[in-house]
Design a protein around this ligand. Structure first.
Ligand SMILES: [Zn+2]
Length: 243
């Protein structure tokens, strides 16, 4: 559903003229890991899309995304979920396809991890490398400068919005997948690497006492994270259809 609001204030225009129309931003939420362990090679880039359930994180981030969706819809945004349920099995490529089909202005991956509160952008030159489907080494690099720039700007604003709500500094940092075999080495989340049309923001939330990832974050932190994501999206992608 697209929310449109007339913004024309030109009182001299005849009623039959096309009014100025305003299309609210569309946000795609990617709530965490896959419902089952999968390993599929992406036909477009050749990367191995490996994912797995991760205990409490799966229910936590699905709940967070659902709460944040309501908050953004209340503010006029269109929000699509890239997973229908925690149990659904859907590759990174299919998630990206769903975001593109929805005409998303941004994709936001929502994760938790113990002690981690940070944001990863689609950095130019970011990469993953490993063994391709044919058994030979493959390195895939993110080289879309326009999308990288958008992702970088939105990630910075998103992190600032989160910081205000969470009352702590959330930084935009580079990920590191080294030493996490069988995951491919490198520094970009796979979903960020393969999204070439929709700028992506990858969000991690955890607490200093070890909540996050497979350890549940609890309902207070679910609500806090959701509120922080709403603030982050509003900062990164203001809905200019509303004053
Ligand atoms: Zn995760």
């Amino acid at each position: 559903m697209v929310t449109k609001t007339a913004t024309s204030s030109d009182s001299t225009a005849p009623k039959s003229a096309f009014p100025g129309e305003c299309e609210a931003p569309t946000v795609a939420f990617d709530p965490g890991h896959n419902g089952q362990s999968i390993s599929v090679f992406d036909k477009t880039t050749g990367v191995e899309m490996r994912d797995y359930p991760n205990g409490a994180e799966d229910g936590d981030v699905f709940a967070v995304a659902t709460i944040a969706k309501r908050g953004l819809e209340h503010a006029g945004y269109t929000v699509v979920m890239l997973k229908k349920s925690t149990a659904e099995s859907v590759t990174y490529r299919e998630r990206v396809n769903r975001a593109e089909r929805a005409g998303a202005d941004v994709g936001i991956s929502i994760h938790t991890s113990p002690g981690e509160h940070s944001v990863f952008d689609q950095r130019l030159g970011g990469y993953r490398e490993g063994t391709g489907a044919d058994g030979t080494p493959l390195r895939v690099t993110f080289s879309n400068a326009a999308i990288a720039k958008q992702s970088g700007q939105m990630s910075t604003k998103f992190a600032a919005g989160r910081s205000r709500v969470e009352g702590r500094q959330v930084n935009v940092v580079q990920n590191n997948f080294g030493g996490r075999a069988p995951l491919w080495a490198g520094d970009l989340p796979m979903i960020s690497l393969i999204s070439q049309k929709v700028p992506w923001v990858y969000s991690e939330f955890g607490t200093s006492d070890g909540a996050g990832g497979a350890n549940p974050i609890g309902s207070d932190n679910r609500n806090l994270y959701a509120k922080a994501i709403v603030a982050g999206v509003k900062a990164a992608l203001p809905n200019r259809c509303r004053s």
